[in-house]
Design a protein around this ligand. Structure first.
Ligand SMILES: C[S@@+](CC[C@H](N)C(=O)[O-])C[C@H]1O[C@@H](n2cnc3c(N)ncnc32)[C@H](O)[C@@H]1O
Length: 266
């Protein structure tokens, strides 16, 4: 018996009820009511596992998101091993399967992470991609040098990691400059917690959007938090569907989107 056996059992039941591959058509996205739906931006206040399975197959041009990786079995304390992340891996497999299904074949993903979760993402992709032709994998890691120290011991962390996930058909066109390094140096005062305890830079989110999508494309953001990706998406003229468990963070994001509409700045 593998360590994933119990969850695979549940997953098998779930997937037998909704077999993968072309199982959702556009137009059936009415089961869960959006919390916000304006000007091409939709927010659901729910568990992303419930919403994702209602979304149409091959709907999204990119996934840009920041999963709750710091809680992956306590791995953020710097002392836990991979064995402690079993629950996170099993949970992530369900999420990634649906993300694979709702992504267009050419869609790339950008997922914030740390050095452990980059490896976990890749391993879970190997499992969840089994049913999918695209065979997405973590192909590179981008490093955001925040130019300011954050938490961490004995060394203070100054880096955010972003896993770049792509598949057989992913094509970035000429959107990523030829000499673009995988280090983004951009000041980010980590810890100001203005909108969310794990708040990310809208500037960096905007770079990811420019590299992974074209104007008019639709982005999936299943772990919205305080809304950095949505604020950047609106500024860049992209459509987006976002999901967040906590109503308070949906409200924070809506307020930021409204501010953005008023002042048209990120
Ligand atoms: C790392 S934070 C995202 C922070 C965001 N990038 C920002 O700049 O504010 C992850 C978010 O995912 C939400 N979350 C966790 N599990 C979820 C789930 N199953 N479905 C939807 N949202 C979830 C958490 O409430 C949290 O706000």
């Amino acid at each position: 018996m593998t360590r994933f056996q119990p969850l695979r059992g549940i997953a098998r039941f779930y997937y037998s009820a909704a077999p993968s591959g072309g199982r959702r058509e556009a137009g059936v996205e009415k089961m869960i009511k959006p919390y916000y739906d304006e000007d091409g931006i939709t927010i659901y206040n729910a568990d992303c596992r419930d919403v994702l399975r209602e979304l149409a197959t091959e709907r999204f041009d990119a996934v840009i998101t920041d999963p709750p990786f710091a809680f992956a079995g306590g791995i953020s304390n710097g002392l836990a091993s991979r064995a402690d992340s079993q629950f996170f891996e099993a949970w992530l497999e369900v999420v990634f399967r649906e993300m694979q299904r709702v992504s267009k074949h050419e869609a790339a993903w950008a997922l914030w992470c740390d050095w452990r979760t980059a490896a976990i993402y890749d391993e879970v992709l190997g499992k969840s991609a089994a049913d999918y032709y695209d065979q997405r994998r973590v192909s590179q890691v981008l490093i955001h040098d925040r130019e300011m120290v954050g938490m961490g011991s004995p060394f203070r962390n100054q880096l955010d990691w972003i896993a770049l996930v792509r598949g057989k058909k992913t094509d970035f066109g000429d959107r990523i400059p030829k000499n673009q390094p995988n280090i983004i140096r951009s000041y980010w005062y980590y810890g100001k917690h203005e909108f969310h305890p794990a708040e990310k830079s809208t500037k960096v989110a905007g770079m990811l959007i420019d590299w992974l999508t074209k104007p008019g494309d639709t982005i999936l953001e299943p772990f919205l938090g305080g809304g950095a990706v949505l604020v950047a998406a609106r500024a860049a003229g992209r459509k987006a569907v976002a999901i967040e468990l906590e109503k308070g963070y949906c409200d924070v994001t809506i307020e930021r989107l409204q501010q953005h509409s008023l002042f048209a700045t990120v």
